[in-house]
Design a protein around this ligand. Sequence first.
Ligand code: GDP
Ligand code: MN
Length: 361
Amino acid sequence: MKFLEFEAKNILKAYGVPVPKGILVKSIQELEDALPSLPEKIVLKAQVDVGGRGKAGGIIITDKERALKDITDLFSRSIKGRSVNSVLVEEALEIKKEYYCSIIVDRKEKSPVIIFTDEGGVEIEVTAQKNPHALRKARITPLLQNVPDFILRSLLRGAQKEIGPVINALFRVFVEKDAILAEINPLVLTESGIYAADAKLIIDDNSLARQGITVNRDLTERERTALIHGFSYVELKGSIGVIGNGAGLTMATLDLIEYSGEKAANFLDVGGGADQERVAHALRLVASDPSVKVVVVNLLGGITRCDEVAKGIIAANVAPHIIVRLAGTNEKEGKIILESQGYEMVSTMEEAIQRACQVVK
Ligand code: GDP
Ligand code: MN
């Protein structure tokens, strides 16, 4: 789950990282009330959970006089499709130099890796491509309490030594918060020292409970409902709804859709032994996504019985066109039930997807 900048900064602050003075406002009025206590030069930062807000118009460097007009504008903007509900108002920093520091999981090495560069100020992806040697990396075991000095020295080389404790704190945040990403970009040098000017923190969804988080904000309403029912359900960007049983069959269905030049709107794995009621739930959930134009139901009957599936499909009674491919246990019975109700049946997965693509077009 992603934390917003102000949340990530509050955590960093608690771990001893200097962050700019700031307040969170949720309305123009709140900024107006706070204005007297603010410094002359301020930055307005839209709190939306996407990167590259600066380029997308989500960061405004301004002053007290123009602030109310600017924040009115900011609240009315949409930043990469996200509406702005809160704005972090901070003292503007006089930036002398920008650094980049992040910690991610190196999946191949099964280890956290710290990435640092003193060539900040450019997008990190650009630096990684054009000047990969500028990125200094160090893998480190999460069993350590601190980043050893020799690792800090190898990361920093000539850079400000005050950055050492910041990297150390970021590492502790990464480990203790069960993060999969902890990033300070930019980490800036000013006349009065080093500050985290921006912060990003994503924690592993598998440790939400351990972190005391009961609701994963990043899930849509439908994804939450699916979780309650025990379905594996993920929303994507296309227009074909997919229901399969088993991860392998479901992924193969998605691959074939992609290969055919279309995109899935979502996919749901009903798992093994789904009965009528479960199938109906699954289909209603998938079909309730407004981007779904057609649903492909691709199920293999093993412990799942095709006649149960057929009854579930009929019981769901959803609006989008459904293309059904059933094979295995009680296949014949299932087909008879569905065909008698006018449902479109195909006998292979390839056919199902070919038809779905035609319907979408
Ligand atoms: P992002 O685009 O979502 O990563 O948002 P950032 O918080 O990183 O802001 C984008 C850029 O705005 C930074 O890389 C800085 O160059 C600049 N910026 C952010 N805060 C300040 C500030 O207080 N003073 C100045 N001068 N520039 C800032
Ligand atoms: Mn940033």
